[in-house]
Design a protein around this ligand. Structure first.
Ligand code: COA
Length: 161
């Protein structure tokens, strides 16, 4: 199998991001205009996972000026690529990005019935904070999670990228 690369998304990825979004989420989807907005915004960072230059996963993190709390807004991996560590790689890229921006905490919401994603977050040190009732378009509740971002140690040095 060819390698997975994680990189910052660029405007040229917008069509692939829409395709991934439509194949992944049944509701609360981001359209092309919203993706282009996030790709240009200073308060968002979008990461993509690629295999042979093809986008197979994506994650979006939001930042707010004067806040040390970053928000993982979305993470998705193409159906046929799930379960091989791509979600974990994207999560780590987002955590590194948040640390670089000076964030101390990363928060997220996940559907109450999305047990797979909850397991991924819990395995990576996310703590269940509480619920948002009827948070999603279809009336489903969200579970809220957060992780305190400790410095990333890499062989005794702070990780650079
Ligand atoms: C959640 C998601 C991003 C994980 O990506 P991934 O590349 O499969 O994740 P990894 O391979 O790094 O980790 C696998 C873990 O993800 C979870 N998982 C979720 N769906 C899975 C699937 N279809 N196949 C395998 N693992 C899945 C499992 O808990 C697994 O953990 P385990 O090894 O302890 O069983 C991916 O399943 C996805 O895109 N799901 C649909 C969109 C979604 O739910 N996004 C999160 C919204 S908050």
């Amino acid at each position: 199998m060819s390698e997975i690369h994680i990189r910052r998304a660029v405007i040229g990825d917008a069509a692939a991001l829409v395709e991934l979004e439509n194949a992944t989420f049944a509701a609360d989807r981001m359209c092309a205009r919203q993706w282009r907005h996030h790709l240009k915004s200073a308060s968002a960072q979008v990461y993509v996972a690629t295999r042979r230059l093809r986008v197979v996963g994506a994650a979006v993190v939001f930042f707010r000026r004067s806040s040390r709390v970053a928000r993982l807004y979305s993470i998705a991996v193409a159906v046929c690529e799930r379960g091989s560590g791509i979600g974990e790689k994207l999560l780590r890229a987002v955590e590194r990005a948040a640390r670089r921006r000076g964030s101390r905490v990363l928060r997220l919401e996940v559907r109450n019935d999305n047990i797979g994603a909850q397991r991924l977050y819990e395995r990576h040190g996310y703590r269940h904070l509480g619920m948002h009732r009827a948070y999603y378009e279809d009336g489903h509740d969200a579970r809220r999670y957060e992780k305190v971002l400790l410095p990333d140690m890499n062989g005794g040095r702070l990780e650079k990228a």
